[in-house]
Design a protein around this ligand. Structure first.
Ligand code: SIN
Length: 318
């Protein structure tokens, strides 16, 4: 299916390495993220007009940050800007430029609160814009190809020629250009010379039932959900301290198939009895918990701990 012609595509910029600069072109680590604005990112794509094939481009700098500093207030603003643009009939899709470090969390949050029927495509870079061979311009070009396609809907991530779904994608490497994986699920598809090839066009996630709450409720009133990990010799006092401080939910990344040290399990069971919502995930980067090994409920869809935190926070907004 060809992209629809003469629609608008909106690029929302948030910072990240894709907008990063360094004094030395061969330096891929000693740079400063979030320096260039969105017109500068677009100017770096020589074939931009060819890629747009007559579509109009609108761009907006939503925020300019290193995504390690992403916060709920920025998420809410970004979701509101997305909702604004998605509601315009002449807008075909959105591209969001984002740092790689927390991109997977933002992707899942946006999927859950927007449930978009148009494409919302996050993209990024592992090298700063000043690198001798930056990856950002190609990633941005690929993301535009996905966002222009009228058959696409939902939140997707495009990096290194692969299209990932918001529920599966995870940053798995701190340095290489192809830093993202969808684990066992595999990528949803690939961008090849501006064309899209899909692995399975059938399965897309839904919008969360409490999405409207996240768009409207002041972030100071969002539920507090913490993430803990099981590991050798964990200290149960961290659970007691969280409960005493008023935590409303705890996501535990268990070891292996969701196993939990007996001391931590006792503390979490007690927290659950006291009304704290507890969800179990696994520390393993691939696969998901099989069966229900413990009395603690397992996070849905095999989400990793950080996405399970997003979902549980939204569950608790109800
Ligand atoms: C960031 O996450 O904003 C910096 C790192 C990156 O984009 O790769």
């Amino acid at each position: 299916m060809q992209a629809k012609k003469n629609q608008k595509v909106v690029v929302l910029a948030t910072g990240g390495t894709i907008a990063g600069t360094s004094a030395n072109g061969s330096d891929h680590t000693g740079y400063t993220a979030a320096q260039l604005d969105v017109p500068q990112l677009l100017d770096a794509i020589p074939a931009l007009n060819d890629a747009l094939q007559g579509d109009a481009l609108v761009c907006e700098q939503v925020v300019q940050l290193d995504s390690k500093d992403m916060d709920h207030a920025t998420w809410q603003t970004l979701a509101q800007r997305c909702a604004h643009w998605l509601s315009q009939p002449d807008v075909g899709g959105l591209v969001i430029t984002h740092g790689t470090d927390t991109l997977e969390e933002t992707a899942w949050f946006l999927q859950m609160v927007l449930g978009p029927t148009k494409p919302v495509v996050l993209t990024c870079a592992m090298r700063p814009a000043t690198a001798l061979m930056p990856d950002g311009p190609q990633n941005l070009c690929d993301a535009l190809a996905v966002a222009r396609n009228p058959m696409v809907h939902g939140v997707l991530v495009v990096c290194a020629g692969r299209i990932h779904g918001a529920s599966d994608v995870q940053k798995v490497h701190p340095y290489r250009l192809d830093a993202f994986s969808s684990g066992d699920a595999g990528p949803r598809g690939w961008v090849e010379q501006g064309g899209l090839r899909w692995a399975d066009p059938g399965s897309w996630p839904l919008r969360h039932t409490n999405a409207q709450q996240a768009l409207e409720r002041p972030v100071a009133q969002w539920p507090w959900v913490a993430v803990l990990h099981n590991h050798t010799n964990p200290d149960a006092r961290q659970v007691h301290a969280l409960v005493a401080a008023g935590v409303q939910g705890i996501v535990l990344a268990g070891t292996g198939n969701g196993t939990v040290h007996h001391r931590l399990l006792a503390a979490l069971t007690q927290a659950q009895d006291q009304g704290v919502a507890v969800r179990l995930t696994t520390r393993c980067a691939e696969g998901q918990i099989v069966g229900q090994p413990l009395a603690l409920p397992t996070a849905q869809r095999g989400l990793n701990a950080f996405k399970a935190r997003v979902s549980l926070m939204l569950d608790l907004m109800g």
